[in-house]
Write a protein that binds this ligand. Structure first.
Ligand code: SF4
Ligand code: FES
Length: 254
């Protein structure tokens, strides 16, 4: 008989009622947390809801809390989660009563923080997208984007390379500023703005527009330099460093 892993899983109907359910999942080689969620849905409760798409750490859909750390479910292995190195000094996030959680033997599964649960692990990301749209993450040009206009040197690309890797998973919204200030634009959004502001192909008018939004009080100045976003980002985008970049280079122009 195969070995089993115990899970303690957040369940909610999105109406404020929260409960935690216990499930056992037979282990298989290379099993990811996402695989385990599928097992729970297939064999324990077909109404269990969670998001996923690519299963390859690309689409950004499967961000959840695993043992109180926000991670991509598809990229996290069940067999190593208890021994894996975790980021230190993360803010405490409380969803419900888990006083009976057996830390050593149960994997705790919860939704991403600072967004409302619509059902189980599925959170409402509309605030994330609303603020994303506000930084206008695209070029605005009145000419065709054809070579050589779109060319970048390798060195110019290097400046924005890390920022381009963002998969919009929302994991960095674990930031405590997101928790206490719903108007805060958010780490991913500010990193995305930095990605365009620093792009060699941006024109000065677009750069000015982008900066005028992210220099408002609820954006870069609201960041408390905690760098939680840098610690948890699964793609090493370093949003906190991007915010610092905007602060260092542009805040004096407010
Ligand atoms: S900056 Fe990192 S954590 Fe935040 S949305 Fe992008 S990939 Fe996810
Ligand atoms: S399913 Fe796409 S990132 Fe995990």
């Amino acid at each position: 008989m195969s070995e089993k892993q115990k899970f303690l899983v957040y369940r909610s109907l999105g109406n404020g009622s929260v409960r935690y359910e216990r499930y056992e999942v037979p282990l298989s080689k290379g099993m990811s947390i996402l695989d385990a969620l599928f097992y729970i849905q297939d064999y324990h409760d077909s109404t269990f809801a969670f998001r996923y798409a690519c299963r390859g750490a690309i689409c950004g859909s499967c961000g959840i809390m695993i043992d109180k750390v926000p991670m991509l479910a598809c990229r996290t292995q069940v067999s190593t989660i208890k021994t894996a190195k975790k980021p230190l000094n993360l803010p405490e996030v409380v969803f419900g009563d888990i006083t009976d959680w057996d830390h050593e033997n149960e994997i705790l599964i919860e939704p991403l923080p600072n967004m409302n649960s619509i059902k189980d692990l599925v959170v409402d990301m509309e605030p994330f997208w609303k603020y994303y749209r506000e930084v206008e993450p695209y070029f605005t040009r009145d000419w065709n984007d054809i070579a050589p206009e779109s060319a970048q040197s390798p060195n110019e690309m290097k400046i924005i390379e890390k920022l381009v890797y963002c998969i919009l998973c929302g994991i960095c919204w674990m930031c405590p500023v997101n928790s206490k200030n719903p108007a805060y634009l958010g780490p991913a959004q500010l990193a995305k703005s930095d990605r365009f502001v620093r792009d060699s192909r941006i024109d000065s008018e677009k750069q000015k527009n982008s900066l005028s939004r992210v220099l408002q009080d609820d954006a870069v100045p609201a960041c408390e330099k905690l760098f939680v976003c840098n610690k948890v980002c699964p793609k090493d985008v370093m949003p906190g460093t991007a915010i610092k970049d905007i602060r260092d280079n542009w805040v004096s122009e407010r």
